[in-house]
Design a protein around this ligand. Structure first.
Ligand SMILES: Nc1nc2c(ncn2[C@@H]2O[C@H](COP(=O)(O)OP(=O)(O)OP(=O)(O)O)[C@@H](O)[C@H]2O)c(=O)[nH]1
Length: 420
């Protein structure tokens, strides 16, 4: 990406706030461990009066007796669409429930025929699903962009984690193979928001432990504690994870006289009752083959921005850091020897990049696909304090989540952005 090139300058026609993009319905992917509480969350959304018009796409709503019985109540026997009620149900609170039993795309296409009847789509995945490939269907997919992509835009990925079994699941969900990353870790890695559910079942200590694990696997995702999926829907919908700066990467401005910042990336409500004794090195963490890496990003010149872009391409597309010197070479897929070292693989990357020219870019990546989208300082700071723009212009941050994110990778990234 060459930001100096005239070809790359965003055109006035395609500004993000134009009518074309505004008309698209946001879609949120809900993933999570088996039994973590995905269906409970969705049932709550489908049955409570919350004022949102949401279409929920569930895997097996045929098994969800209480939702079906409500649907029977709202279906009229002489309704010509009754035959279809097995696939799309209209619920009393204005939501729609759609089954995705057969072909996912067909279910969504059918749903989109009712566009206007809902403002948001929630898509539940199975407990074993890796959200990365699913997110890819709705992002950077040419077929999708030419078809459903005209009506739908990916808003974010939400992962429901079981507070009771979460730690155990993350520890166990890892086969003997060095290359295997457990699905539960992929789900946390691939998410933009984590709902830590079933907090009623655990002690504050257990809660702090599982929360700390999640945060170290995915430092970019805010964590919200929930009981039976009771969450303010604004935390999981309309988050614009693929176009707006991640809130957890947005530095909070601190008054000069303030004490040492209480550096919280996660947003579990307004309280903070757990201790932070477990807050180890926040820049690098590895659990069962998956690791995360955070690097502060200085204000970049256009040349450094290009170097960062080239670095990301090399890491995401070729699974290697660019031109590693023999002493700093990280074992990669091209390393024939590979003796015991971990292959470099980025499952997710996020970042906020400030330019000398005053522009800000959001980096958002899912596996080999990524975007660096320019953020409109005035319009995209939704719900944020205006002062934050000042702080953001001074420093950015890059977070990588995946495998083999060694010290060499960090050094190489720092070199790329600092020009060393
Ligand atoms: N105590 C307690 N139980 C919960 C909570 N949330 C869900 N449950 C229960 O946990 C069980 C599993 O919840 P589900 O919502 O079916 O979980 P799921 O993620 O949809 O499960 P799969 O579809 O099998 O992956 C159910 O018996 C729920 O009633 C919670 O916050 N606290």
């Amino acid at each position: 990406m060459d930001i100096d090139s005239d070809d790359e300058i965003p055109t006035l026609i395609e500004h993000p706030t134009t009518a074309r993009t505004a008309a698209r319905v946001p879609l949120t992917i809900i993933c999570g461990f088996l039994g973590a509480g995905k269906s409970t969350l969705l049932k709550r959304i489908l049955t409570e009066r919350h004022g949102y018009r949401i279409a929920v796409i569930m895997n097996e709503f045929g098994d969800t007796a209480d939702i079906e019985s409500k649907a029977v109540n709202v279906s009229s026997p002489d309704d010509p669409a009754a035959e279809e009620s097995e696939e799309i149900l209209e619920l009393a609170n204005g939501c729609l429930c759609c089954s995705i039993k057969d072909s996912g795309a067909a279910a969504i296409e059918k749903l989109m025929q009712r566009k206007g009847a809902f403002d948001h789509i929630l898509l539940e995945t199975t407990g074993l699903a890796d959200p990365g490939p699913i997110a890819s269907i709705f992002w950077h997919n040419e077929e999708f962009a030419a078809g459903l992509g005209r009506d739908i835009v990916l808003d974010g990925v939400v992962c429901v984690v079981d507070a009771f079994f979460g730690t155990q699941q993350m520890e166990e969900d890892h086969s003997g193979s060095e290359d295997h990353i457990g699905e539960s870790l992929k789900q946390i890695a691939g998410s933009d928001v984590v709902l830590l559910n079933k907090v009623d079942l655990v002690s504050p200590e257990t809660l702090a432990t599982v929360e700390s694990l999640i945060q170290r696997v995915n430092p970019a995702a805010p964590i919200h504690r929930t009981v039976r999926g009771d969450v303010d829907l604004a935390h999981i919908m309309g988050i614009k994870a693929f176009s707006a700066p991640p809130p957890s990467l947005t530095p909070v401005p601190v008054p000069v006289s303030a004490p040492t910042p209480h550096n919280h990336n996660h947003g579990h409500g307004d309280h903070c009752d757990h201790d932070h004794a477990d807050a180890r090195d926040p820049n690098h963490y590895e659990l069962r083959g998956i690791s995360s890496l955070q690097v502060s990003c200085p204000v970049l010149s256009p040349a450094r921005f290009d170097a960062l872009d080239a670095w990301i391409r090399s890491v995401l597309w070729e699974n290697r850091i660019p031109d590693p010197s023999p002493s700093s070479a990280t074992s990669t897929s091209t390393d024939a020897e590979g003796k015991g070292e971990t292959e470099l693989l980025v499952l997710r990357c996020k970042g906020l990049i400030a330019m000398e020219t005053g522009e800000r870019y959001v980096l958002q990546g899912v596996r080999s696909m990524y975007d660096m989208i320019q953020v409109d300082n005035d319009k995209e700071g939704k719900g944020q304090d205006e002062d934050i723009d000042i702080a953001v212009s001074q420093v950015g941050k890059i977070v990588l989540i995946g495998k083999g994110l060694s010290e060499d990778v960090r050094r190489s990234l720092i070199n790329a952005i600092s020009g060393v």
